[in-house]
Design a protein around this ligand. Structure first.
Ligand code: GAR
Length: 189
């Protein structure tokens, strides 16, 4: 199974996938890691691991549709079985989704359908929930919508900040993402 991973930031979940592949606990090929902006640590992590990195810079395209088309073409050039959005903070259009039907995975740091969007951890904390978590799903054209594949719960502690809670969620999120990818790669054999 071949995957392309898309990132916008630090890519700590990506690193967990890279480590699982290199230790042999996850049997797949990370064909490439792409970002929507320059200088992401996620792409740096990939190139440091000898994986192709690329950028399709959102700001270089005056029209969103052109950026989507360029991203779709670049990702498709790696012929992935799955595309994984791992902290990729852009919504892709229907053209991208049609190129990878039911093959675009997303992770989110909340128990969807609660707290979608760019601030899932902050919003859950502000609401005062006592349990939150993370979700791995098949992405569709909405914001953190689409069929849910797996979820894990994380308790909110009284003294949690957005950072401390997000770090504990990410521990679960990495595990959930790797387990989901393992299941998909076993199914694809
Ligand atoms: C992850 O927690 C991921 O769920 C979140 O960004 C973080 C990326 O961390 N994505 C979203 O909030 C999407 N709505 P990382 O760059 O360290 O892997």
């Amino acid at each position: 199974m071949r995957i392309v991973v898309l990132v916008s930031g630090t890519g700590s979940n990506l690193q967990a996938v890279i480590d699982a592949v290199s230790s042999g606990s996850l049997d797949l090929t990370i064909a490439a890691v792409g970002a929507d902006r320059h200088d992401t640590y996620g792409v740096e992590r990939a190139t440091a691991a000898g994986i192709d990195g690329f950028v399709v810079d959102f700001r270089s395209y005056p029209e969103r549709a052109d950026w989507n088309a360029a991203l779709t073409e670049k990702v498709a050039s790696y012929a992935p079985d799955y595309v994984v959005s791992s902290g990729f903070m852009r919504i892709v259009d229907q053209g991208f989704l049609d190129a990878f039907p039911n093959r675009y995975l997303n992770t989110h740091p909340a128990l969807l359908p609660s707290f979608p969007g760019a601030h899932g951890v902050r919003d859950a904390l502000a609401y005062g929930v006592k349990v939150t978590g993370c979700t791995v799903m098949i992405a569709d054209a909405g914001v953190d919508t689409g069929p849910i594949l797996a979820q894990a719960a994380v308790d909110v502690l009284d003294d949690d900040t957005e950072e401390t809670l997000h770090e504990r969620i990410k521990v679960q999120e990495r595990d959930l993402l790797i387990r989901t990818l393992r299941e998909l790669s076993q199914e694809s054999r």
